[in-house]
Structure formats: C-alpha cells, structure tokens
Design a protein around this ligand. Structure first.
Ligand code: IYR
Length: 203
C-alpha cells in the first residue's frame, strides 16, 4: 500500500503545466479512455453534471483562440487588478495564446446545471462545481499517466465556448484543457510545491 501511494504520488508530482505544445497528434482512443476515467469521478447524486467537448479541427481551434485572446487582452490590459498581474508576472504569461492552435486537442469542460436522471426525468444537479472540479482532476491525472501534457486554461468569461461548440445555455464553461506533447524546446517556470507540513494538519 505504501509503495503504491509513493509511486503514484511520485508520478503525479512529475506533472507540469505546459504552454508550448508540439503539433504531434494524440490517438483518439487515449482521449476516450481518459474521458472515461474523468467520468468515473465521485459527484452529486451520481447525476454526472459534466460535458467534455473535444476539439481537434483547425478552424474550430482558430475560432477559440481568437475569442480567448480577445478576452485575455481585456484581462491583461486593465480588467485584472494590479496585485493579480504582479502575482502572475513570474509565470511570464500574456494575452497571446498560440497553444490554442498548435496543441492537437482542446477539451472544453462544461458544468451542467440541469440534466436527466436515470428515469429520464429533468432535474437540477447538485454540487455541480465540486463534481466537475473532481472530474477535471481525474482527467488531468489520467492524461498525465498516459504520457500527455496539459494546460488548464481559463480565459474569462468563457461564454464564447457555448456559441462556438454549440452547447446549450444551461451548460457553464468550466475550464479549457489544452492537451498534447510538449514542444522539444518547451520550458516551464522554476516553481516548487509546498511541503506536507504547510498543506496539512493532523488531529
Ligand atoms: N487566464 C489568464 C491569466 C492567468 C490566470 C491565472 I490564476 C494563472 O495561473 C495563469 C494565467 C491566462 O491564461 O493568461
């Protein structure tokens, strides 16, 4: 048990968010299997309040990039408060998001406020944000385990995803996951994760 916990933790700690992707394709079945892993996440009343829109088409990726960069220009150009921009500065991010076109796969994750239950009845969902957050964590871990790199991208607001991906208004865009292989010259910021005694207490 200890060995498995150590091994899995060590593999997860090798994950890094990547912003420079290679154009190399990803097998469809890998994405499918990782989505099934995500769909196994614990969630409110097992209503599974998520939808994963997988984007591979060049024109759709281009439209998403265009819309995301328009929001990001607003964010970096004044909408974000100074303290937020100062905190982000060491990461070196800006409004330019070429990875939205270079990465082979984007997964737009939607949070459903309404769904149909197992009896086919319309119902509201419970704890949708928590549920979709957990499923997204499972998805990122599964993709990492499969040897793929990801970036959790959150242009804000993301309503343009409903329009471009033709999703209904009661689905709220939660996060845009960029998926692929790192480019050969990809660099990541020199950051560390907090030690156990900073993130936990024992009672
Ligand atoms: N959505 C912007 C800003 C951004 C915000 C946080 I918090 C980050 O950890 C990284 C970026 C962007 O993607 O550039």
């Amino acid at each position: 048990m200890i060995e498995r916990a150590r091994d899995y933790g060590a593999r997860l700690r090798q994950r890094r968010s990547v912003r420079d992707f290679a154009a190399d394709e990803v097998p469809q079945e890998v994405i499918e299997q990782c989505l099934l892993a995500a769909g196994s996440a614990p969630n409110g009343a097992n209503l599974q309040p998520w939808h994963f829109a997988v984007v591979r088409g060049a024109e759709t990726k281009r439209r998403i990039r265009e819309a995301a960069e328009a929001e990001e220009r607003e964010f970096y150009g004044g909408r974000a408060p100074d303290d937020w921009l100062e905190t982000l500065a060491p990461l070196g991010t800006d409004a330019s998001k070429p990875f939205l076109e270079t990465a082979p796969v984007l997964i737009a994750i939607f949070q459903k406020s309404r769904t149909t239950d197992e009896q086919g009845r319309e119902t509201r969902t419970y704890y949708p944000k928590e549920s979709v957050g957990i499923a997204t964590g499972f998805l990122i871990a599964a993709l990492h385990e499969a040897g793929l790199a990801t970036l959790t991208h959150t242009p804000s607001p993301m309503k343009f995803l409903n329009e471009i991906l033709d999703r209904p208004a009661d689905e709220k865009p939660f996060l845009l996951l960029v998926v692929g292989h790192p480019s050969p010259d990809c660099q990541v910021p020199d950051i560390t994760k907090l030690p156990l005694d900073r993130i936990s207490s024992w009672h």
